[in-house]
Design a protein around this ligand. Structure first.
Ligand SMILES: O=P(O)(O)OC[C@H]1O[C@H](O[C@H]2O[C@H](CO)[C@@H](O)[C@H](O)[C@H]2O)[C@H](O)[C@@H](O)[C@@H]1O
Length: 387
């Protein structure tokens, strides 16, 4: 991949930064910064074996509670030799139905959505895991179905479309495999977007690049200076969790994930404490919770919501009354986008959830199969509108 810079200092390799201003990190991106943090603790080669910490830490800071509630239980099924059906109405279903009054089905509300989309340019933003692919035990096997891929390809024919994932941009591109879309990895900290329009392209952390097809794109990586630190913490995490059966550390370049889905619940306090102890040495990294995953990321003020705003601006779709954006996601990190959608009245956030949970989304769908139905319905509407 060729890299060209539209700034005086092209960043072709991952630099070890000296200070923030030299790297052009906007001070507002560092609003989470805590004092006393250094860019690296300087332990690139030796991985310290941490002394076991006190388990009270992770109890008292709420990590364990968040871990326990971090992923919905799978739906109860009634099995018979000839059929499998979801459990008949019970307390859970009643709770789900009343929850849906607040977050109505995007499929059932489709006409209302279309009414507001009429004569507007629609842009589509999609999360990956749990939205386009079902949640599975092995993150490397979270494949999207061919029918979902074809639905997304069709959506991208008619609407500007981007996938915004917690995974690394390369990984999510590898899983999706479509060139027709824009991709943002590492929770929006690695965006490959269009070059046209917008001041967003003049941002100090933007560099001109080319994508796999040789098309000119803008590469926006507001956390570049953290790459060496993330690399260092990743190695320490791998080393210090390797004796915990089922623990899995994933590298996303600008952030890292520690999965505990396959760790026995009795060992969750141990994994939480190990991560907690490591993070104590990195005041410029913070922890967020995902679905049975602890996510470690830079303290910069950047998230999926900011990534959507950035992409809308790059697409020339910002601050326009004739634009309606749709964001579909299932996870806590998608809430940052739903919040921006509400605050800026950008369009509709749609939460993917089969259990009731509080959200900033407007609508809901149950699972990826309903996401696919919704995407197909959008395409059918557009085709019909054009005909
Ligand atoms: O923003 P996303 O695209 O939703 O990515 C969020 C995390 O997704 C992946 O983990 C989740 O899905 C896995 C596969 O189904 C599952 O095993 C895991 O328990 C879930 O947390 C991905 O592996 C993470 O790195 C992403 O941060």
């Amino acid at each position: 991949m060729e890299l060209k810079s539209n700034h005086s200092s092209p960043v072709l390799t991952d630099p070890i930064p000296v200070n923030n201003s030299r790297l052009g990190i906007h001070s507002n991106l560092l609003s989470y910064q805590q004092s006393g943090g250094s860019l690296s603790s300087g332990k690139y080669m030796t991985i310290p074996r941490k002394k076991p910490g006190k388990l009270e830490d992770v109890w008292s800071n709420g990590w364990l509670e968040a871990m326990r509630s971090s992923s919905p239980p799978r739906k109860r099924l009634i099995k018979d030799k000839d059929f499998t059906i979801e459990a008949a109405a019970d307390d859970f279903d009643i709770a789900y139905c009343s929850w849906m009054i607040k977050y109505p089905s995007a499929l059932k509300s489709f006409d209302q959505i279309l009414k507001n989309a009429k004569n507007k340019k629609v842009a589509v933003f999609l999360d990956y895991d749990g939205t386009l692919s079902p949640i599975v035990d092995d993150p490397d096997r979270a494949f999207m179905s061919d029918s979902m891929r074809s639905a997304i390809r069709d959506v991208a024919k008619y609407f500007p479309t981007a996938i915004i994932s917690g995974r690394s941009r390369d990984k999510v591109y590898e899983l999706v495999g479509l060139t027709e879309l824009y991709y943002a990895g590492s929770h929006g900290m690695d965006i490959m977007g269009p070059v046209s329009h917008a001041e967003s392209g003049d941002h100090p952390n933007c560099i001109r690049s080319t994508d796999q097809q040789g098309k000119e794109v803008n590469l926006f990586q507001p956390a570049r200076e953290f790459i060496p630190m993330i690399d260092e913490v990743l190695k320490t995490l791998v080393e210090n969790t390797k004796d915990i059966k089922g623990a899995n550390v994933e590298n996303h370049k600008f952030c890292t994930s520690v999965h505990y889905r396959n760790v026995e619940e009795k060992n969750w306090p141990t994994i939480a404490q190990r991560v907690h102890d490591i993070l104590k040495d990195y005041p410029r990294l913070r922890l967020t919770h995902g679905r049975k995953v602890l996510e470690i990321r830079p303290v910069i003020d950047w998230n999926k919501g900011k990534a959507v705003e950035f992409l809308l601006e790059s697409l020339g779709l910002s601050d326009r009354d004739d634009v309606l954006a749709i964001y579909i996601g299932d996870d806590k990190t998608d809430e940052d986008a739903f919040k921006v959608f509400r605050e800026r009245n950008l369009g509709y956030g749609i939460l993917v959830s089969s259990v009731p949970k509080e959200s900033n989304a407007f609508f809901s769908v149950r699972d990826p199969s309903e996401v696919k139905k919704f995407l197909k319905a959008l395409v059918t509407w557009k085709k019909f509108e054009k005909a």
